[in-house]
Design a protein around this ligand. Structure first.
Ligand SMILES: [Zn+2]
Length: 201
């Protein structure tokens, strides 16, 4: 809530292409307009766009500090800051949950955006704990590329089996009905080779 005073945690969760960064930037801009002291952070891993900014898909941007760990995030929060924004929070270590709690307990409004599930629909990194401790949770939805329904999943369509595969072209937004389990082709071939019974000579 923009009208809220004092510390609390709000999480903007959802799949890829669901407008999480747009929503984060919208809330942070309102805080800036209300003349609150705002600081924005993002993980170093997210270098899709400019490294010193949070950029949404609709080209909105906000100055951001790129950091590697939750401890570094805690150390970089300046005295007097009222609002802390964090983008792509799923990429941080689990310590980021405690850091968010400490900041909120100290009276800071924490607004964080992140993927709630990975491409296998597994809860992503610190997100489950963040969703539990947050005062407010917004679940964002994208448009399913197959049926145009509300999409909650980031369907991987190319690349390997690593949890993190940065790049929009490797993913599609899909709803529950259109989601398909993805397996990288190279590994699929390998699995087939290993399971083919050898002819007995
Ligand atoms: Zn669908």
């Amino acid at each position: 809530m923009d009208s809220h005073r004092g510390g609390w945690i709000e999480i903007i969760a959802g799949g890829m292409f669901s407008g999480k960064s747009e929503e984060l930037i919208r809330r942070l801009r309102r805080a800036v307009i209300a003349r609150q002291r705002v600081q924005v952070f993002k993980p170093l891993i997210d270098d899709r766009f400019a490294t010193d900014e949070v950029v949404s898909r609709d080209e909105r941007r906000l100055k951001a500090v790129s950091i590697g760990t939750s401890a570094e995030l805690r150390a970089r929060v300046e005295i007097g800051v009222q609002v802390v924004g964090i983008d792509e929070i799923q990429f941080f270590d689990n310590g980021v949950v405690d850091v968010c709690m400490q900041l909120a307990d100290a009276g800071i409004r924490v607004i964080a955006a992140g993927l709630d599930q990975d491409y296998m629909r597994r809860p992503f990194g610190p997100m489950p704990a963040l969703l539990a401790v947050a005062e407010e949770v917004s679940k964002m939805h994208a448009v399913c590329v197959r049926c145009r329904g509300a999409a909650h999943y980031s369907q991987r369509v190319s690349g390997g089996n690593a949890q993190v595969e940065v790049g929009d072209t490797s993913y599609e937004a899909r709803c529950r009905g259109c989601y398909e389990r993805y397996t990288a082709e190279a590994e699929e071939d390998l699995a087939v080779q290993l399971t083919i019974p050898q002819p007995v000579s």
